[in-house]
Structure formats: structure tokens, C-alpha cells
Design a protein around this ligand. Structure first.
Ligand code: FMN
Ligand code: SF4
Length: 511
């Protein structure tokens, strides 16, 4: 007699990279041999990457996890799950895992638990409630709710989302656009990818709410070409949403129309900058536009446009469903809500940790992340992508929030934390920052186009033996010009990694 068994295994790109497809095949094979009627749902990832492929199995006492389960261990794990026998890879309920337990999962609540291709699963697990309310209360009340939630853009600049949306709603235009920035170019970041692969309908719902709020009937998702799994997941979800009337001329039978199209980027970091992204969306070379006019007044094809990050849109359904006050209650005074923090680099527990703003950098790296995976001492962490500052352990008491990081000369950006051990050379990293800027510069303004190349040369001269003090003064002067004179934050923020390296790790420049 066949025994029924329900299980979940991620189909997320990270899990696939760690062998999830072979594990799935081995599980199906073992189930057939053992006469188990296995229902294997392929989900997104729970975000505990060191445990991938992470298998969850439904037992009499609830869902229990095993990981990392490679193909060779699949049959043994299946046997243990069915018989209730102990297994060395057994982890218990994943929600009770210490890495999970300290989290507040609002945006990623569903990720890893549902079939991301199924709109029915999405709706049954609480999806679409925010959109239903948005349709009921109408644009003005939606704008009010998003503003009061305190949501700030999760793409890097931290601009208040409600204010941006209001600007587009009040702007005049025969057509308005919603643009989702899924370029996710920052080092050590992957939350946008995980969300699109694991819960794509959440992003779709958030974008439709934005359409209702600003009076737009079309949205574009600009996804980097390096994310083929996310592109496929979004295409499947958009097709399903059209087929079920979530997208189309009458969204959920309402008077609102909305549709979404995918556009794939061509591998340029600066195309994540919102105006370069709009140029790229228009089919042109990704060059930064001068502001004003702001995109909310004259954006895509000269029409009022909001550009928001994946995580900003994905936070909105919760805000609409549970209310602005509920969301604003998480985090700190000016950094409201939760932030999906991404731990990467030389860290034992690399993965996605969603929590209200406020845990210190030290807690995130040492307690939650478990310190370095190599066992070597941690020397620096770079927070906020390639334009973020390097923080030494002496600054690990900095709370993870916009203002606290700004006060210490840093930024939280898109929430990426990259950990470096004591083998790192910060003068190398400073040079790399300038080199990165030189390679990725769109070339429109002189401080960035020329300054980044000169910056590489000056770092090289500092590390030579002559005129070190003079060259350091020159580097600081150059950083000052780049910061104040660059047209966008690529050239304008590159001083963060360069000067933090120089200020906190001067000894590396003397080697
Ligand atoms: C060089 C550069 C690269 C950027 N890359 C991204 C990116 O990959 N994703 C993103 O959401 N924002 C990126 N931004 C920020 C965007 O310009 C913009 O602020 C953001 O998309 C607005 O969305 P938000 O308000 O929801 O954060 C980048 C900015 C700069 C200057
Ligand atoms: S700072 Fe660099 S990327 Fe930005 S506009 Fe100027 S040249 Fe282009």
C-alpha cells in the first residue's frame, strides 16, 4: 500500500546551484521504490543557504526540516521522515531554528512555503488581501496608508515611498508608469532574486497597488540578465495572473486596469540607477539623466513614472492588509518596518535575515551569522554594496538603520553585508572601488569618468614609497570632488569605500 507524504524542496537558483535538482530526482526515485506517494512541492528558498538543499517534510507532528540533503542522502532522509527515526540531518521545524526564530518575516513570510507558480496557493496563504483593500479604499487612502507606514525605498537611497507615489499621482500626464527596479547589482545581495523566485505574486500585487495609487495601468519589471530563474518565475506568474484576471482590463473585476511586462537588462551596474534604467527601458544606452526633472514628473517616455525596488513594492501588500500602524511599529524612529538583510562573504551562516531595523552590525555578523566560515578573525565588513563603507569590528555596535549608518560614514543600501577576514587588504579594496567605478561609469560626468581612473593611479602611488602624505591628501581631495561634483551616486558614493578603507585601515596603505 502506498503511503502519502508531502514535502517541500526549493527550486531557487541558490538551491539549484547546491544540487537541489539532483536531490529532487533522487527523492522521487526513492519514493517510487519505497512505494511512497510523494507530493514534492518546489518552493522558493527559506534563505538559510548553508543548509541548502533544505528539504521540509510533513510529519504527524508538523513540518520538519532536513539539510543540507544531497542526492546520496535523499533515500535515507525519506526513510527517516516516514518512520520517525532520528537522522543526523534532521533540524526540526525550521521556524524553531535559531537563525529563523529571531526574524520577523513580513515580506518573506510566504517564501519557501508555497508553490510560486500557483496563484491559488498565493491567495490561500493570505495573498491579495492588500490589493482587495486598496481597490476598496481607493487611491487617496492608499497613498495615505503607504505614507503613514514610513516605508522607505529598499533599493538604496531610502527615499520615502509614499512621498514618491504622491508626486506621481499629482503629476499631469496622459499615461503614467510603474517601473520595478530588479537590477540588483550590489555585491552580496540576492533578496530581490529570492522574492521573485519564491513569491512572485507578492511583487505583482505590490505593483498593482502602486498602479491604483498613482493612476497607472502598466508596469515594467527591469530584471538583470544574470537572473534567468527569476525572469522565468516572473514570466510564469505574470501569465497566470493574466489568465486568472489579476492582471488585465479589470483587475479582480474592479474598475482598475493593470498589466506588467518584463524587460531584461544587459549587465550594467549603472542601469540600476533609476534614470539610466529608464533610458535602458526606452531601448537606449544606459546613461544617467540629469535631475530635475524627476522621474515622477517626467520619467519613462517623458511620462510620470515611479521607480521602486522589488522589496519596496513587496512590502506594500502587508501595509495595505494590516495597516500602516502595524508596519510602522517595527524598526526604529526613522527606519520603519522590516529589512531583509543579506549576509554574504566569509560568514558561517550566509543567508537572508528579515527583521525590524535595529540589530547591531555585531549581532548580525557574529551572533546571527555565526562569525566567519573560515574560522579566521573578521577584519572588515562592507555594508550597502560596492559603494558602501568598510566597517571595522570597532564599529560593530552600529545599529542597522539608515541614520545610525549615515552617522558613522556609511549606508545600508539594499541591505547587503559582505564579511572579510584578516587576509583582506583594504588598500586593494579601495583601488578596486575606483576600478569598479571606472569600469561601470556611464561616462556622462567628468568627476566620475576621469576621477575614477585618477583614483586608481593615486592609490597605486600611495602604495609606492614616495610622497605618501601628499598622495593621501590628493586622494581625499579627489574623493571630495567626486562626492560633491558627480551627477549620480556611482561617482558620488565611491568615496565611502575608499575613505573608510583609508580612515579605518591606514596601515594597509603603508604596505
Ligand atoms: C549606480 C547605482 C546603481 C543602483 N542600482 C540599483 C539596483 O540595482 N536596484 C535598486 O532598486 N536600486 C538601485 N539604485 C537606486 C535607484 O537609483 C533608485 O533609488 C531606486 O530604484 C528607487 O527605488 P526605491 O525608492 O524603492 O529604493 C542604484 C543607484 C545607483 C546610483
Ligand atoms: S557619476 Fe558616473 S555613472 Fe553617474 S552620471 Fe556621472 S559618469 Fe555617469
Amino acid at each position: 500500500m502506498t503511503k502519502p507524504l508531502r514535502a517541500r524542496l526549493p527550486k531557487d537558483a541558490a538551491a539549484i546551484a547546491l544540487g537541489a535538482e539532483a536531490t529532487a530526482d533522487a527523492l522521487i526515485d526513492a519514493a517510487t521504490k519505497a512505494e511512497i506517494a510523494l507530493t514534492l512541492t518546489r518552493t522558493g528558498s527559506r534563505g538559510l543557504f548553508w543548509l541548502e538543499p533544505l528539504l521540509e517534510v510533513e510529519t504527524k507532528s508538523g513540518w520538519t526540516a532536513y539539510g543540507p540533503v544531497d542526492a546520496a542522502q535523499a533515500a535515507g532522509v525519506l526513510d527517516a521522515a516516514c518512520s520517525g527515526k532520528p537522522h543526523p540531518l534532521a533540524l526540526g521545524p525550521i521556524e524553531d531554528h535559531p537563525f529563523f526564530k529571531r526574524q520577523t518575516r513580513l515580506t518573506f513570510a510566504r517564501c519557501g512555503t508555497i508553490d510560486p507558480t500557483s496563484l491559488q496557493d498565493y491567495a490561500q496563504s493570505g495573498g491579495l488581501k492588500g490589493l482587495k483593500r486598496a481597490i476598496d479604499i481607493g487611491p487617496a487612502a492608499v497613498l495615505d496608508e503607504v505614507t503613514r507606514s514610513g516605508l522607505r525605498g529598499r533599493g538604496g537611497a531610502g527615499f520615502p515611498t509614499g512621498i514618491k507615489w504622491r508626486g506621481a499621482a499629482e503629476a499631469k500626464g496622459d499615461r503614467k508608469y510603474v517601473a520595478c527596479n530588479a537590477d540588483e547589482g550590489d555585491s552580496g545581495t540576492y533578496a530581490d532574486r529570492m522574492l521573485m523566485e519564491g513569491d512572485p505574486f507578492l511583487l505583482i500585487e505590490g505593483m498593482i497597488v502602486a498602479g491604483v495609487a498613482i493612476g497607472s495601468d502598466v508596469g515594467f519589471v527591469y530584471i538583470r540578465s544574470e537572473y534567468p530563474h527569476a525572469i522565468a518565475a516572473m514570466e510564469t506568474a505574470i501569465e497566470a495572473a493574466r489568465a486568472e484576471g489579476l492582471l488585465g482590463r479589470k483587475v479582480m473585476g474592479s474598475q482598475y486596469a493593470f498589466d506588467i511586462e518584463i524587460r531584461v537588462g544587459a549587465g550594467s551596474y549603472v542601469c540600476g540607477e533609476e534614470t539610466a534604467l529608464l533610458e535602458s527601458l526606452e531601448g537606449k544606452r544606459g546613461i544617467v539623466r540629469a535631475k530635475p526633472p524627476l522621474p515622477v514628473h517626467s520619467g519613462l517616455f517623458g511620462r510620470p513614472t515611479i521607480v521602486n525596488n522589488v522589496l519596496s513594492f513587496a512590502a506594500v501588500p502587508t501595509i495595505l492588509e494590516r495597516g500602516a500602524a502595524f508596519y510602522a511599529d517595527f524598526g526604529s524612529a526613522k527606519s520603519r518596518g522590516t529589512m531583509p538583510i543579506q549576509l554574504a562573504g566569509d560568514i558561517r551562516h550566509g543567508g537572508l535575515f528579515e527583521a525590524g531595523f535595529g540589530p547591531t552590525l555585531g549581532e548580525l555578523v557574529n551572533e546571527i551569522g555565526g562569525g566567519s566560515s573560515s574560522g579566521r578573525p573578521i577584519r572588515a565588513v562592507q555594508v550597502g554594496g560596492p559603494l558602501g563603507a568598510y566597517f571595522p569590528p570597532a564599529l560593530f555596535d552600529t545599529p542597522f538603520e539608515y541614520e545610525a549608518f549615515a552617522a558613522k560614514g556609511g549606508l545600508i543600501g539594499h541591505g547587503g553585508i559582505v564579511v572579510f577576514n584578516d587576509t583582506v587588504n583594504l588598500a586593494d579594496q579601495a583601488r578596486f572601488a575606483m576600478e569598479f567605478c571606472a569600469i561601470e561609469s556611464c561616462g556622462k560626468c567628468t568627476p566620475c569618468r576621469i576621477g575614477a581612473v585618477r583614483g586608481m593611479e593615486v592609490v597605486d602611488r600611495i602604495r609606492g614609497t614616495r610622497d605618501r602624505d601628499l598622495q593621501i591628501a590628493l586622494l581625499r581631495d579627489l574623493c571630495d570632488i567626486m562626492r560633491s561634483g558627480s551627477l549620480c551616486a556611482l561617482g558620488g558614493f565611491v568615496p565611502y569605500p575608499v575613505l573608510s578603507a583609508l580612515d579605518h585601515f591606514p596601515e594597509d596603505f603603508a604596505r
